[in-house]
Design a protein around this ligand. Structure first.
Ligand SMILES: [Zn+2]
Length: 305
């Protein structure tokens, strides 16, 4: 191993959030059949964890109305985890009914964001998930936690690293096996991200942390590199950079999986992902959405076709 790579992990797991976090922020309706095809293509490319839908009222998120059909239709691979976001008990029950392998819950690190988005305090929002966690434990279903606004908040600005650490620790203590730290606004830089990760990992083992970056300010890849140097081995990303940014119209949201995998390949970090098949999955869904992939790597490869 070269000295340059001493601080980097040898292997990274990609958590693909495109079919859920990505598509739910895309206005063009995508059919259940096309979502199924996207998920199967991603699994075929070697992605081992796919957040495949959300069980939420279709009134709130019309794009996710087909999640039941999607989960019932995908041809599953034994080695792939097909997870669902479950905002409440009703959603959790619907996810269990279609055999979601894992479920995910969420909280904000910002009090104002929590109040404005889900009308309750951070504390109350986490408390609301305890019946889900209790039942999931009984049924042996793993629960993943998301924390949003881990660096900045659209209402409050900077978020203290210590506050993020407290929220992450609470989710782990409640029973989440992993917490994904989300820079929802995409304002972080390696300095603020490293500071935040140091604070969180003083309370939660880094092996239980994942990072979720948005590229709104063009910092996602460099923030991922900083997170890898802090020992993080799980990275959330969305194929073709699906999903815009609800706080800045026209801006990019989720970092593109293609860009992350290109970075990891270049660093000689193992992912077990077939890059060519990954690119094709991105082109498939971008065509269905009638737009170009928000991935510089994908755009560069497309130009060579
Ligand atoms: Zn996201």
């Amino acid at each position: 191993m070269s000295s340059q790579n001493m601080l980097l992990p040898q292997q990274v797991k990609i958590v693909e959030v495109g079919p859920r976090d990505g598509l739910q922020n895309e206005a063009t309706p995508i059919s259940a059949a096309d979502k199924v095809q996207l998920i199967e293509r991603l699994a075929d490319a070697g992605i081992s964890y796919i957040e495949s839908g959300s069980f939420v009222s279709p009134k709130w998120v019309p794009q996710m109305a087909t999640s039941t059909e999607v989960f019932q239709t995908i041809k599953r691979k034994a080695e792939v985890t097909y997870a669902a976001l479950t905002p409440n008990m009703k959603g959790y029950e619907a996810a269990i009914a279609v055999n979601a392998d894992e479920v995910a819950i969420f909280a904000a690190a910002s009090e104002s964001f929590s109040q404005k988005n889900i009308n309750c305090s951070i504390e109350e929002s986490i408390e609301r998930f305890s019946p889900i966690i209790a039942d999931a434990k009984k049924q042996n279903i793993k629960v993943r936690g998301y924390v949003s606004c881990v660096v900045g908040c659209p209402y409050e600005g900077d978020i203290p690293a210590e506050q993020v650490a407290m929220v992450a620790e609470k989710l782990i203590k409640m029973g989440c096996y992993e917490v994904s730290l989300g820079d929802t606004v995409g304002v972080g830089t390696p300095a603020s991200v490293t500071k935040m990760l140091q604070a969180v990992s003083s309370r939660v083992p880094v092996a239980q942390l994942a990072v979720h970056f948005h590229d709104t300010y063009g910092q996602a890849l460099t923030n991922i590199y900083a997170a890898l140097q802090c020992g993080v081995k799980v990275v959330d990303s969305a194929i073709a950079g699906l999903g815009g940014c609800p706080y800045a119209k026209g801006a990019s949201g989720n970092v593109a999986t293609e860009d992350v995998v290109y970075l990891l390949n270049g660093l000689n970090i193992k992912t077990d992902i077939n890059f060519e098949k990954l690119l094709q999955a991105g082109w498939f869904i971008s065509e269905k959405l009638g737009k170009a992939p928000i991935s510089k790597v994908s755009t560069a490869y497309l130009a060579q076709q």
